[in-house]
Write a protein that binds this ligand. Structure first.
Ligand SMILES: Nc1ncnc2c1ncn2[C@@H]1O[C@H](COP(=O)(O)OP(=O)(O)O)[C@@H](O)[C@H]1O
Ligand SMILES: [Mg+2]
Length: 346
């Protein structure tokens, strides 16, 4: 109000704004107020003229009508102004409510943000514990067993050898689990980094197949590999891709029946390499198909696992800009198809 120079506005105190909505001028230049002033001047003139002159009655009548018209216009303009003032009050009330709501939401968001920061810190602590307090000792135990095996396994009797075998298997299982948990925490935090380099695809796959051969033999599952020889190289992260191949082939062996077949086929489709792993195992029922890629989802009782393999696999495939599909018939077998671009276009 203080910056309004107009006396009328100051006196009435009605207009808490500077500009007239209609004429878009400063309020002291506003049409309505000017009319009000002119009308007052004319009334004064009329009164003076009435008493001091002897103008014809018609002229006086016309002047009175004009004066009344001007007064009416002035009144209307003022009425509009009052409505604007009212609207303005309502608007500023709404504005305040909005401001309060924004403040409230901001406080809530700040709370959630603090909560997230806390969770993130806990997660980082958890990852740190897994890395240092779990993974390091497990690796030490596995290395120790390797040394015993290489130096003096023959000196041990049958039960001791079995015990060493169990310890070794448990050690590897624990290492696999800790690695899975570390990968999971990285995926959840969006911190998966893909180190892309030129890789010989067949060599990569062959390494994984070789590492899984003892498991396949143990379970009496035939591993058949068929690689299109024209396929040579792919750009990708060797560690992550090997994990992908391992998880899919490991599942195919694990969920196979005795004397079952696992067929691994690699084909080339111009810009992509397609890996298909087909097993003649237990299959996946229709109702379970939708959830097998979810974390910690396990659909088979009696066979060991964490329910993290497919979740991690899909994340790594997608990080390579590829995709993974599954087709299965319950009781007959499953096929996983992974399509990877030879070069990832970022
Ligand atoms: N080749 C397959 N045949 C049948 N079921 C499978 C196969 N691969 C995965 N599944 C199902 O998907 C679930 C999730 O697989 P995965 O994430 O690798 O976890 P895990 O193998 O540790 O249970 C498995 O528990 C199983 O029910
Ligand atoms: Mg698995």
């Amino acid at each position: 109000m203080n910056d309004i120079k107009c006396l009328l506005v100051k006196m009435t105190g009605k207009r808490p704004f500077n500009r007239c909505k209609f004429c878009e001028r400063q309020i002291q230049e506003c049409f309505g107020i000017q009319f009000f002033i002119i009308a007052a001047a004319i009334i004064g003139l009329l009164i003076t003229t009435f008493f001091i002159s002897d103008l014809p009655a018609l002229v006086l009548d016309i002047m009175i009508v004009i004066t009344l018209l001007i007064m009416l216009l002035s009144y209307l303009a003022d009425k509009e102004t009052n409505e604007i003032v009212l609207n303005n009050v309502i608007l500023s009330q709404m504005n305040k409510e909005l401001e309060d709501k924004v403040k409230q939401r901001t406080t809530e968001l700040q709370g959630s943000n603090d909560e997230l920061t806390k969770i993130n810190r806990t997660m980082n602590d958890f990852v740190g514990i897994i890395n240092h307090e779990l993974k390091t000792p497990i690796t030490a135990v596995i290395s120790g067993i390797e040394v015993i095996k290489s130096r003096g396994i023959d000196k041990l009797d049958e039960s001791q050898k079995n015990l060493i075998g169990v310890m070794e298997k448990s050690g590897w299982d624990m290492l696999k689990l800790t690695n899975n948990l570390l990968d999971l925490s990285k995926i959840e935090a969006g911190k998966i980094v893909i180190y892309s380099e030129c890789l010989v695809f067949s060599k990569l796959l062959e390494e994984v197949v070789q590492s899984l051969k003892p498991e396949a033999e143990k379970r009496k599952v035939n591993l058949n590999v068929n690689i299109d020889r024209s396929i040579t190289t792919i750009f990708g992260d060797s560690v992550r891709l090997k994990q992908v191949f391992f998880n899919i082939i490991d599942n195919a062996i694990k969920y196979s029946k005795e004397n079952g077949n696992v067929d691994i086929k690699v084909t080339d489709s111009d810009k992509h390499i397609i890996l298909e792993v087909k097993d003649s195992g237990i299959g996946i029922s229709k109702e379970n198909m939708g959830s097998i890629f979810d974390k910690f989802t396990r659909r088979v009782a009696g066979i060991k696992g964490t329910g993290l393999g497919l979740y991690i696999t899909r994340s790594f495939v997608e990080a390579h800009k590829g995709n993974i599909e599954v087709d299965s018939e319950y009781g007959k077998g499953t096929t996983f198809k992974i399509t990877l671009p030879k070069v990832q276009v970022v």
